[in-house]
Design a binder for this molecule. Structure first.
Ligand code: UD1
Ligand code: CA
Length: 536
């Protein structure tokens, strides 16, 4: 990491409130009372600090906890959406979960997510039941500073560092957060910012610096002068704050700005006025810290994550013929020697084995594809399981709960749903198999239809091993075709068929010699003309 903030130097006198971590401090002096290691409110302003500069011991820094706070209560107006911006999917995960997951992966002891707007949906998107994740409630969306203050009660007594993250940064990497926290600790400043220099800073808060290069304040776009707007260094919405220098200073922030909000970013100026330094780490990868506020930025974030995913897969031995058109969600797993043709979508919790080929135009959601299977172009597959060595498509539609064992063939214009096909079975053309159980090595002829629905309920069709179903057969469920039976083409099967039997239900063929010459349409026409009728 290359930081450009202040070198690790002076630590504030508040170290005194952490006697165990700061042996050189003044134990007891600022302690509030038994059991609390928090500084008294307002303790240690600039004046009281000036006299007691001290270097923070490296070992103490390492021992300290880090908690994260994720701001996810906002309205997200610029999305023009019915649902909260934070729950919109970005490459397979809700936006806010990318941020919470990155915090977790960066080793945060605890993460508090601030919710408010559509709180239940956002909580669900984050996922409940993880003890390291807590929620705070912001009752009115009065700005990012107010959102942070809404989490104070969740963090009472906690006095380590707090990594504060906007919830709309889905491309954040855990390593960046880890490095940033280290940078913050080394800086000794009560607050550090992560910034980036971007070609088009529109919409972001601009980072203002003094002549000597120190951060002086952040100006929001809406409040900035034309000159300030020309600054291309932006605030990314990623902060690391010493808990003891957060709550009370932030309470001094006022909503006297263009948006009438309490800005978290005002903390910079408040701390500076109190005589503190604010450190800034300039991150080189602007794409990673892209904030998603509107649909254009959403598309850019999705693209960034897909591109990153494709790069990682190629690194692991997957051939991607056109990485620019590969839509692969972050949680998808793919084995080596698999080939993805251009324009495939692999979504959700999909797992693809080794040596698989996925043809162009295919879309697979939450499904498993076994080793050596070929999925030919233009297949649509959802919540299905496909074994090894199968051949699917082109133009096959595998709907939820399709389960194919190994060496199964499902060809063009075949639709399956809640159907199991055991090893070596084939349904090569123009077929619907719904609510069916098909044994091994069965052959399902072209145009076979399971009539599984009577308008009220769904019923099952069972086709046992080695059955041959002739083309254009309707199997009216519930019905069972036992082992090795043979169904004549064009049959409508309404009753169970015993093992090794032939079942055929079509009407017997009738042949009438010279019928066409004598009674066919042309012959009739002639007869009509003779009678003086008309022919149109
Ligand atoms: C914010 C920063 C801006 C920075 C940008 C980076 C402020 C005032 N501005 O602007 O300097 O460049 O992020 O992407 O902080 N939120 C709440 N409660 C609220 C308001 C917002 O929880 O009352 C949450 C939102 O859900 C969002 C995050 O805070 O996840 C940031 O809010 P947003 O409105 O997107 O801020 P920006 O205008 O992007
Ligand atoms: Ca934002």
């Amino acid at each position: 990491m290359q930081g450009n903030g202040p070198a690790p130097t002076i630590r504030t006198g508040l170290n005194a409130s952490r006697p165990s971590h700061a042996p050189g401090g003044l134990p007891g002096k600022t302690l509030q009372g038994p059991g609390s290691l928090r500084a008294a409110p307002g303790a240690g302003g600039a004046a009281s600090l000036a006299g007691r500069p001290m270097r923070r011991p490296a070992v103490a820094a390492r021992r300290r906890d880090v908690c994260a706070m994720v701001l996810a209560a906002g309205l997200g107006k610029r999305m023009l959406s019915e649902s909260s911006k934070l729950v919109h999917a970005v490459a397979g995960r809700p936006m806010v979960r990318h941020v919470v997951d990155a915090a977790k992966a960066a080793g945060m002891a605890r993460t508090v997510v601030v919710v408010g707007n559509q709180a239940d949906d956002v909580r669900r998107a984050v996922g409940e039941g993880d003890k390291r994740i807590g929620f705070a409630y912001q009752n009115a969306q009065l700005g990012t500073g107010h959102a942070v203050l809404s989490a104070e009660t969740q963090l009472v007594g906690y006095e380590g560092d707090i990594l504060i993250l906007n919830g709309d940064l889905p491309a954040l990497r855990p390593d960046t957060l880890k490095g940033f926290v280290e940078f913050h600790r080394a800086s000794g400043a009560p607050l550090s910012l992560l910034t980036a220099v971007v070609p088009d800073p529109k919409g972001y808060g601009r980072v203002m610096r003094t002549y000597s290069g120190d951060v002086s304040r952040i100006v929001e776009e809406a409040d900035a002068t034309a000159e300030e707007r020309a600054t291309r260094e932006i605030n990314c919405g990623i902060y690391c704050s010493d808990a003891q220098w957060l709550w009370d200073p932030l309470k001094r922030a006022r909503a006297d700005n263009a948006q009438k909000e309490i800005y978290l970013t005002d903390l910079v100026e408040i701390l500076r006025r109190d005589g503190h330094k604010v450190a800034a780490y300039r991150h080189p990868d602007a794409e990673e810290v892209l904030g998603v506020n509107d649909r254009r930025e959403l598309a850019a974030a999705v693209r960034a994550l897909h591109r990153r995913k494709a790069a990682a897969l190629m690194q692991d031995g997957v051939t991607i013929l056109d990485p620019e058109t590969a839509y692969i969600d972050v949680d998808v797993k793919i084995g080596p020697d698999t080939i993805l043709e251009p324009g495939v979508m692999l979504l959700g919790a999909t797992e693809i084995g080794r040596g698989v080929v996925i043809g162009t135009g295919t879309r697979i959601v939450d499904s498993i594809v076994g080793d050596g299977t070929s999925v030919l172009p233009y297949c649509v597959i959802a919540q299905s399981k496909i074994g090894r060595g199968c051949r699917i498509g082109p133009f096959a539609h595998l709907r939820p709960e399709t389960h194919l064992d190994e060496d199964v063939r499902v060809g063009n214009f075949v639709e399956t749903k809640k159907t199991r096909m055991a090893a070596g079975s084939k349904a090569n053309h123009l077929t619907y198999l719904g609510d069916a159980e098909i044994g091994r090595k069965a052959n399902i002829g072209a145009g076979t239809i399971t009539c599984n629905y009577d308008g009220v309920s769904k019923m099952r069709t069972i086709i046992e091993d080695d059955v041959f179903v002739g083309s254009d057969t309707q199997l009216v469920a519930p019905v069972r075709i036992r082992k090795g039976a043979f169904i004549g083409a064009g049959s409508t099967i309404t009753k169970d068929v015993p093992a090794h039997a032939l079942a055929i239900s079509r009407a017997e063929q009738v042949v009438k010699e010279d019928w066409v010459k004598r009674f066919g349409p042309k012959a009739r026409q002639k007869g009509d003309k003779g009678k003086g009728g008309h022919s149109d």
